[in-house]
Write a protein that binds this ligand. Structure first.
Ligand SMILES: Nc1nc2c(c(=O)[nH]1)N[C@H]1C(S)=C(S)[C@@H](COP(=O)(O)O)O[C@H]1N2
Ligand SMILES: [Mo]
Length: 210
C-alpha cells in the first residue's frame, strides 16, 4: 500500500505541475461491450436532491485520525485538481475525455489520515444512494470529488454540487450528490452492489453483475 500510495502521489504531483500524461490514451480505449457516446445521459433513482451550496456539507469519518465535515468554502479551499478521464456506464455507454475539476481523493486522504486498519470506503449521497470501494482503488491519481465538468459547475442532474469520479470502475461506483465518506475495516455493499451488480465493477473485464 505504501509504495502504491507514493507512486500515485508522484503521478498526481506531475499532473498538478502540468506534466502528467496528456489525453492521448491507448488505441483501444473502449472496454468490451461498450459503445462510445458524445451525449451525457442521466441515471438516478428518480430523485434529484436539491442541495444548495450553503446547506452542503461533506462529512469524512470512520477509521481516520482527523475526521472532518467540510463546508463548501472549505472544500473549495483545498488544493484543486483537474483531470481528464473516460467514463464508462454499465448500461454500455462510454464517454471519452471528460474534464473534471475538484479535489483529489489523495488530498482528502492526506487531510483525514486513514488509520492503518482502514481497507474500504463507503459513500453516502443526498438522494439515499450509496456505493463502496476498496481503499487501494481510490488511492489513485485519477480519483476525485468533482465540482465541475467540462469547465462548468457540475449540473444538479449530474450530481452537483459534487460527485465522486472513479475512472477505472463502472460509473455507479462514483456517488453523485456526495454527502458522507466513511473509512472502514471491512467491505459493506452499496445500493447497486446489494441488487446484483458486481462489487468489483471493472470495465476492462466486462465485470458487470455478480
Ligand atoms: N447519488 C447517486 N449517485 C449515482 C447514481 C444515483 O442514482 N445516485 N447512479 C449511478 C449510476 S448507475 C451511474 S451510471 C452514474 C450516472 O451518472 P450521470 O447521471 O451523471 O450520467 O452515477 C452513479 N452515481
Ligand atoms: Mo449506471
Amino acid at each position: 500500500m505504501k509504495e502504491a500510495y507514493i507512486a500515485a502521489k508522484e503521478r498526481w504531483a506531475r499532473k498538478q505541475a502540468g506534466q502528467g500524461r496528456g489525453t492521448v490514451r491507448s488505441e483501444n480505449r473502449l472496454p468490451p461491450g461498450q459503445r462510445q457516446v458524445t451525449n451525457f445521459p442521466i441515471l438516478d433513482l428518480g430523485v434529484k436532491p436539491e442541495v444548495s451550496k450553503t446547506d452542503w456539507a461533506l462529512k469524512i469519518t470512520g477509521l481516520v485520525e482527523n475526521p472532518v465535515t467540510l463546508t463548501w468554502e472549505q472544500f473549495l479551499a483545498l488544493p484543486q485538481f483537474k483531470d481528464v478521464s473516460d467514463f464508462h456506464c454499465v448500461t454500455t455507454w462510454s464517454q471519452f475525455d471528460m474534464i473534471w475539476d475538484g479535489v483529489a481523493f489523495l488530498t482528502l486522504a492526506d487531510l483525514v489520515k486513514p488509520k492503518p486498519e482502514a481497507t474500504h470506503v463507503f459513500f453516502k449521497s443526498y438522494d439515499g444512494y450509496s456505493t463502496n470501494n476498496p481503499l487501494d482503488v481510490l488511492m489513485d491519481d485519477d480519483v476525485l470529488i468533482a465540482h465541475s465538468w467540462n469547465g462548468q459547475p457540475l449540473p444538479p442532474e449530474h450530481g452537483g454540487p459534487a460527485r465522486v469520479i472513479v475512472p477505472k470502475r463502472y460509473a455507479w461506483k462514483g456517488a453523485k450528490w456526495i454527502r458522507e465518506i466513511t473509512f472502514m475495516n471491512r467491505d459493506i455493499l452499496g445500493f447497486w452492489e446489494l441488487r446484483g451488480y458486481s462489487n468489483t465493477a471493472d470495465p476492462w473485464t466486462d465485470d458487470r453483475f455478480s
